[in-house]
Write a protein that binds this ligand. Structure first.
Ligand code: SIN
Length: 491
């Protein structure tokens, strides 16, 4: 404990209990689980192993708090969120240290993430006071119709480890702005960031029970089951794999919860023959290698027009040779480890599969055991073909896999040849093509001549088996509201 705490300006941000009803509590069983630094495998801290009964208490706390929180003036909720944003920025460096300790990403990336995470509170503090309904002309002239937007109730929020701050704030921001209360299941791999955020919610004066943060590793499935079947929970928001999403959706059907699911992607990244290749390179580095390829919106299949293919692939190889892979706290490190050994193993399998089917290895392709078991080298594969595993599965690792194409139509068909549809990117200087391709891609988000598309103002989410619902932007709050029609007779 001294190790991690000594790196913090304010060691009281390091919490090892869950936050329920405004208090810090352990599991009733007294059980805990270990949080590990994925770079060094060092023990960082231990967190409570919550079970079904512990989770029930958090849900009851959120339920009790909802009765008064839903009636607080929107302006008051906005001020709490704004204060929470301000406290995150005041404690930026400490939060970043906590994130890097448990997630492994380079410290500078953690700083960027915490700023991005806080921006959802800023954004939704502004949205809280701008929830509008309609007046509607009734068919019967003796009646008037209005709509009211009301908070849906207690929300179960299940967050992933890849952005331990931002994936929580992107859910909590709109929930609190709307007047909902929440039970957050923190990611088992990276729960300490979530707990530090809870401490800042406390300091921001957010009333007890409005925000509850719970942790579990072995009991993750049990806790997930409670959150997705409990009649008090009216909405579940989940970010994670498509497989787990399907399971949770089944569980939620018993009580017909409202759902937002941000699931897996398999993003195409298309470079047309008329693209600005320097810009495309910048976009690709941002999209493909952010967090060593462990984001849902990472480019997974890079499609390049044959006339610029060799040149662009070589530009990418030259660029990745400048990367420095290592412990996220190391000086000059640009890329950290994968989250655990299983992730590194899957990346290795994707490389082997592609090479066994004819792909050419241009860079990397091997684990980096000298750095630790979770490290995998930045990899560039050329001559990719449909039928390889990378075409069908999200790699979630640092492989840039290149496919050549000859026509726009072929590129679009390749891009859409997947069951998921989260993000897609393309680079072209032809404005007509830009519209055509943006409309043709079967995805929820398109980056045109840009590789970094995450923004609190933008509606984030997918189509097909990438899920539904939108997080962020003016649409983000709708997922936490119900629409009530009020018809008034005027005679
Ligand atoms: C992700 O969901 O993995 C990406 C998150 C983001 O860019 O906001």
């Amino acid at each position: 404990m001294a190790g991690m705490a000594s790196k913090l300006r304010d060691a009281s941000l390091l919490k090892t209990s869950c936050y329920v009803n405004g208090s810090w509590v352990g599991a009733a069983s007294g059980k805990t689980f270990a949080v590990e630094n994925p770079s060094t495998l060092a023990h960082v801290e231990s967190c409570p192993e919550f079970d079904a009964e512990d989770t029930e208490l958090a849900i009851q706390a959120a339920h009790a708090a909802f009765k008064s929180y839903k009636k607080t003036p929107a302006r008051t909720r906005a001020r709490w969120l704004r204060k929470w944003n301000d406290l995150m920025l005041e404690n930026l460096d400490d939060l970043a240290v906590i994130t890097t300790s448990e997630n492994g990403k380079p410290l500078a990336d953690s700083v960027t993430e915490v700023k991005y995470a806080a921006s959802f509170y800023e954004w939704f503090s502004e949205e809280a006071t701008r929830i509008y309904g309609d007046t509607i002309q009734a068919s019967n002239p003796a009646c008037r119709i209005m709509t009211l937007k009301e908070p849906i109730g207690v929300c179960g929020l299940i967050a992933p480890w890849n952005f331990p701050a931002a994936m929580i704030t992107r859910k909590v921001g709109p929930a609190l702005a709307a007047g909902c209360t929440v039970v957050i299941k923190a990611p088992a791999e990276a729960p300490l960031t979530a707990l530090a955020l809870a401490e800042l919610a406390h300091r921001a004066g957010i009333p007890a029970g409005v925000v509850n943060v719970i942790t579990a590793l072995d009991n993750t499935v049990t806790v997930g089951k409670v959150l997705t079947t409990h009649p008090i929970i009216k909405k579940v928001s989940f970010t994670g794999s498509t497989g787990v999403g399907k399971l949770l959706m089944n569980q939620c059907s018993s009580t017909l919860k409202k759902l937002s699911f941000e699931l897996g992607g398999n993003a195409p990244f298309i470079v047309f023959d008329d693209a600005d290749l320097d810009l495309a390179l910048k976009g690709l580095i941002a999209s493909k290698f952010r967090l060593s390829g462990q984001t849902c919106v990472c480019a997974n299949r890079i499609l390049v027009h044959r006339s610029v293919y060799d040149k662009f692939v070589q530009m990418v190889v030259d660029a990745v040779k400048q990367f420095k892979v290592g412990d996220g706290f190391g000086e000059g490190i640009t890329h950290g480890p994968l989250i655990h050994g299983r992730a590194a193993q899957k990346v290795g399998e994707h490389v082997k599969d592609a090479m066994s089917k004819g792909a050419k290895l241009l860079h990397g392709g091997e684990p980096l055991p000298a750095l630790g078991p979770n490290f995998f080298g930045i990899t560039v594969l050329a001559d990719m073909k449909p039928g390889m595993r990378i075409c069908e599965e999200e790699t979630f690792g640092p492989i840039a896999a290149f496919f050549a194409f000859d026509t726009e139509q072929e590129a679009i068909e390749l891009a859409n040849d997947t069951e998921v549809g989260l993000a897609g990117y393309f680079f072209s200087k032809d404005s007509s093509r830009c519209w055509r391709v943006a409309e043709a891609l079967e995805v929820g988000m398109v980056g045109v001549n840009v590789g970094a598309i995450s923004d609190p103002a933008a509606p984030f989410g997918g189509i097909k088996q990438s899920g539904f619902g939108r997080e962020g932007g003016k649409y983000g709050i709708d997922d936490y509201l119900t629409l009530k029609m009020v018809m008034t007779g005027v005679e």
